[in-house]
Design a protein around this ligand. Sequence first.
Ligand code: AMP
Ligand code: MG
Length: 495
Amino acid sequence: MRIAFEHSYAALPARFFADVAPTKVRAPRLIRFNRGLAQALALDVDALDADAVAAIFGGNVVVEGARPIALAYAGHQFGNFVPQLGDGRAILLGELLDREGRRVDVQLKGAGPTPFSRRGDGRAAMGPVLREYVLSEAMHALSVPTTRALAAVATGEPVYREEALPGAVITRVAASHVRVGTFEFFSARRDHEGVRLLADHVLARHYPEASAREDRYVALVEAVLARHAALVAAWLSIGFVHGVMNTDNTQIAGETLDYGPCAFLDEYVPMGVFSSIDRQGRYAYGNQPRIAQWNLARFAETLLPLLAQDQGEAIAKAEAALDGFGPLFEAAYLARMRRKLGLAAERAADLALVQELLGLLARARADFTRTFRALGDAADAAGAGADATAAEALSAQLGGAPFDAWAARWRARLAEEGRAPAAVRAAMHAANPAVIARNHLVEAVIRAAVDREDFAPFEALVGELERPFETRAADSPYVQAPRPEERVEQTFCGT
Ligand code: AMP
Ligand code: MG
């Protein structure tokens, strides 16, 4: 078997990575292979049986054309700088050009120790592997920029955490694995040449439009800011809490990276925190824009020597660029929220309209996803039938009179735009998912797989999450908020 991998990252100097092969596992068994993604990558594996696919994506067979490497990076973790992290359990096989000509990394995660493993075993437990598979594919279906999952393979070996757990390997596909922490790795070593080589690699690979500008490193900062502003706006619009927004998890191409202790809000809590290790709530739902900007300030700092000869001038340029984050985020967020409310035009009062609704949700502890979906059902409350009933139910849930007052303003706004109610409802249903990867649903499929070797619930959930905007029967388990006993209050890195 040969895969036509390319190796633009491995063409960088040797200090950017370490050559290291995956460590073989006892009994690789394919849990799931993402055929759709494989097709998009023009990966021709149809001739292979499941065992052959498991051997490749479990790390037992290094296909011809691969050049396995682990990447060096540093990072700020919960605000503290760690000068060396690196791929401690991830191994890049190489890069592929997808059918649209986009270059992506294909990386095995959980494939054994590397020179960056420190005290870790280089392995991943099956639970977190399934979690990343479900979450990343769900985010993709919601049109949120994200890494993807190509394969999940059980290793047939235990990993030892607090207890012995079944091990697995996930194959992650990403625009690249360059992080803010990769820049910090070189910057902290005063390796200015390394920073410049990395910046040029990233410009050519992810931001060709910026590289055409004369001040291309300023353009790079601005472009990365814009992508992250859009990314965090997308997260907020679906109630997503990343949970571990360290700079080593902040991907330069602007995709959601690292599905550790992430979670979706059920009821709307503006400062919702789920991660067991986020004791101060640094990465709370509502803090995410601020933290993204903080992370990108760390990025801009690494580029200072490239921004201007004079340090004062370089800092001024970096600060000017970073000041752009707020407006970029606000614009991206409002665009997302307008779509959720069925609004096509822009009005100055839109932010207030959004915030007042969120205030009502917070007070009522209403379910974020269900409420927005129901709002679409209630788009035509003046009409007869289902819409009027839906509007009454929403009103009862969101506190009656205050909601009615809000809804009157919202409807007036809709009326101004003059679209037919059915069109508004359809537009809202295309912006407000019915099915998201709720924490209790994810937890249940992991329990079935890990405790009972039953992968059917995992398969079913992955299938449901491929079509998040489709209306389901009211009693479908996939659209329900968790019952009290099903609620997941805490999520774990579970590395
Ligand atoms: P994460 O929490 O997954 O973002 O990982 C943070 C750092 O810890 C990265 O450098 C990882 O490579 C490393 N790491 C996490 N788990 C392991 C493991 N089981 N073995 C080796 N390194 C690990
Ligand atoms: Mg990470």
